[in-house]
Design a protein around this ligand. Structure first.
Ligand code: AMP
Ligand code: MG
Length: 438
């Protein structure tokens, strides 16, 4: 293939007007997003999504009065005089398993065996645990049932309602069990299941389409030419999009031609966010911007950050487009700073600026150039304290440091050197599993 004539487009982001701080760039991007409309989803699919309805329970929980323990159901007032010196003996009549109705009402002067969760027989108002009674007479489980009438001996008074769960004790029918705006947790799914819900109305997940650009980029499974590399950004960004709560759609690779990029983008269908990697820097063949300048709207910015300085944001038709740099580390940092909050806004979630925590720096790090520096870092707990060090692979293209990292160490624009022993800001990755400092 003959080399193309390089384009000599003067990038409009040479203009200092388009130099933005990370926070300014994020604010501009987020102004283009609002929460998506609700959908009705099966309970399990609503995990992590924002509820858009108040939910009232149509039933009491528990729905009926039941035993909190395995033991004997009885009338508490009959036990008032029982002491170790003068134990009370009750005849045992019948047994109630969980999921079954009592065989009869509780006759005065008797107790009934009852299992946890089984309904209390009419007449009973308390349960004493098996461990606290002395059983005598027929063993109910044994083959020989010809012995005398079974009995239990109690050596203490049992309080009214002891070991009894009242109907509606947990949830009263008609009360609100979850409010609009709640982020659905696994335990809330349990509560909603308990009141009989099978579906809920939640903000829908945004569909995030990802296009990787570059003549040199080749999909897995295809043969790699002499000057080519694998597409690592596509799968990485798709995985990040999923982790941030989006529904990724990988649209494959576009070569560095306007036709190819136009073709890939137009094949995206109905999506909520288009993400491209590559083709937004000053390189002569960076054609994402040409396509968007013709077919949509595009702003090209230099963001005062490292890595990830060149960033494009615009739209194709009504669909917002985030143009990330091609360098894998730069793409990862920029997607975490700008793509994540965009996805969270569409999900109706708060906390737009990534959550930072503090850790002690293990080594010196330089930060020249007045940019916010996102250093791939590894946090460990050392002597009860969080200590963070660079994950290696200093160049912005290095994949191993990125893959080893569990956080970004953040050095501010004003900080030109951080020293070993300094306390620094770190942004933990969502799956960073550190345990807590002891
Ligand atoms: P660009 O932003 O297009 O100038 O690309 C910057 C660097 O990132 C170049 O070394 C590209 O080869 C590399 N790169 C671009 N796209 C990808 C990709 N999808 N996967 C891995 N590396 C990429
Ligand atoms: Mg490129």
């Amino acid at each position: 293939m003959a080399p193309r004539e390089p384009r000599r487009v003067k990038p409009d982001w040479d203009n200092p007007q388009t130099m933005l701080s990370v926070d300014e760039a994020r604010a501009r991007i987020l102004s283009a997003f609002t929460p998506l409309p609700p959908v009705t989803l099966p309970l399990l699919d609503a995990l992590g999504l924002v509820l858009v309805e108040d939910i009232q329970s149509p039933v009491d929980i528990p729905p009926f009065r039941n035993s909190a323990m395995d033991g004997y159901a009885l009338r508490s007032r009959e036990t008032a005089q029982a002491t170790p010196g003068s134990p009370l003996t009750l005849q045992v009549r019948g047994e109630i398993a969980a999921g079954h109705a009592p065989p009869s009402d509780l006759a005065p002067g008797t107790a009934m065996r009852i299992m946890t969760g089984a309904p209390l027989p009419h007449g009973a108002d308390a349960v004493i645990r098996f461990e606290e009674v002395v059983e005598s007479g027929t063993s109910r489980k044994g083959p020989d049932r010809t012995l005398s009438e079974p009995r239990v001996g109690l050596s203490r008074a049992v309080r009214t309602s002891e070991n009894v769960r009242e109907a509606g004790e947990d949830v009263v029918a008609g009360s609100t069990v979850a409010r609009a705006g709640t982020v659905i947790s696994p335990m809330q799914i349990g509560l909603l299941a308990a009141i009989g819900r099978t579906t809920v109305n939640v903000v829908r997940r945004p569909v995030v389409a990802i296009v990787s650009t570059g003549d040199e980029v080749v999909e897995a499974g295809l043969e790699l030419g002499p000057a080519q590399i694998r597409n690592s950004n596509g799968p990485m960004l798709a995985a990040m999009a999923r982790q941030f709560g989006g529904e990724p759609r990988q649209l494959g690779i576009a070569s560095d031609s306007e036709e190819a990029i136009r073709g890939r983008l137009s094949a995206s269908g109905e999506v909520d966010l288009l993400v491209t990697s590559g083709g937004v820097s000053v390189g002569d063949f960076d054609v994402v911007k040409q396509v968007l300048q013709c077919d949509g709207r595009i702003d090209l910015w230099q963001v005062r950050m490292k890595p990830g300085k060149p960033l494009a944001f615009g739209s194709l038709g009504d669909t917002p487009l985030l143009g990330l740099p091609g360098n894998p580390a730069a793409a990862a940092v920029a997607f975490s700073q700008f793509g994540r909050p965009a996805i969270r806004t569409m999900l109706g979630l708060s906390q737009m600026a990534p959550h930072t925590e503090r850790a002690r720096l293990g080594v010196d790090i330089e930060n020249r150039g007045n940019r916010r520096h996102f250093v791939r870092g590894v946090i460990d707990i050392e002597q009860g304290e969080r200590v963070v060090r660079p994950a290696g692979g200093g160049r912005s293209g290095a994949l191993t440091g990125l893959a080893a990292a569990n956080c970004f160490i953040i050095l501010s624009e004003e900080c030109d050197r951080a020293h070993a022993g300094d306390i620094v800001d770190v942004e933990l990755f969502e799956d960073a599993n550190l345990g807590s400092p002891s």
